[in-house]
Design a protein around this ligand. Structure first.
Ligand code: C5P
Length: 235
């Protein structure tokens, strides 16, 4: 066990595929601990948005890797807490909602497969590690970005359950979607994330695997907090 009060800030890694509940679980663990959050997917989503604006109508494969890396390197992004919610600003514009669109998620998984983009975002992600600690969610937090983290959790759930959750979320927001096409998009995104050459989605060798298929969000947060209590001294 490591003591947060006497040592450098620690990080808890939450990795796993889309729709597994990482974002919500990350928020609840960070709130319990009073730690910072890294939503690493948002950086890939913002890169995708900036790409689509800089190269309208172009496919990722049509653009030079170094130009893609420049976009990622030069992102003018800030995270600001306002009225109890986290705003994501790109060049001062609030893009918090815009980057959650399905097409931006798909584009994000394409830019995320480009090694130079991942490299360009590495230092930016590590800079989130500030006292008292960080809860980081993504695909490669435990394998690449924070390989020395004292607690790595890999969350899974069946593809059907993940697509169902996403379907309900979008319905609640009044967005009309087709469940069949959501399952298909999720499958394609999983496939791309798991099979890319650089930093593929996979559990770190020392990760604890939690299947959330039959857990609600409170149960999943409790399960993760049990591991936090076992592995990290925080109170
Ligand atoms: O987690 P989120 O759905 O916001 O991530 C969007 C995409 O960004 C993922 O499908 C994945 O391709 C990419 N990503 C990644 N590595 C991370 C976080 C996200 O490759 N650490």
């Amino acid at each position: 066990m490591t003591n947060t009060k006497t040592e450098k800030p620690q990080v808890i890694c939450l990795d796993g595929p889309s729709g597994v509940g990482k974002g919500t679980i990350c928020l609840c663990i960070a709130a319990e601990l009073g730690w910072h959050i890294l939503d690493s997917g948002s950086l890939y989503r913002i890169t995708a948005l900036a790409f689509s604006r800089q190269f309208p109508g172009k496919a990722v494969a049509e653009v030079d890797e170094s130009q893609l890396a420049d976009i990622a390197k030069n992102l003018d992004v800030s995270y600001v807490e306002k009225d109890g919610r986290l705003q994501i600003l790109l060049g001062g514009e609030d893009v918090s909602e815009l980057i959650r669109a399905e097409e931006i998620g798909n584009l994000a998984s394409q830019v995320a497969a480009v090694p130079a983009v991942r490299e360009a975002l590495l230092a930016r992600q590590r800079a989130f590690l500030q006292p008292p600690g960080l809860v980081a969610d993504g695909r490669d937090m435990g394998t690449v970005v924070f390989p020395d983290a004292p607690l790595k959790i890999y969350l899974t759930a069946s593809a059907e359950e993940r697509a169902n959750r996403r379907y309900k979320q979008l319905k609640e927001k009044g967005i009309d979607v087709n469940l069949g096409s959501l399952v298909e998009e999720l499958r394609q995104r999983d496939e791309r994330d798991m099979n890319r050459k650089t930093a593929p989605l996979k559990p770190a060798s020392d990760a604890i695997i939690i299947d959330t298929t039959t857990l609600d969000i409170d149960q999943a947060c409790r399960e993760v907090m049990n591991w936090v209590d076992k592995k990290i001294v925080h109170r």
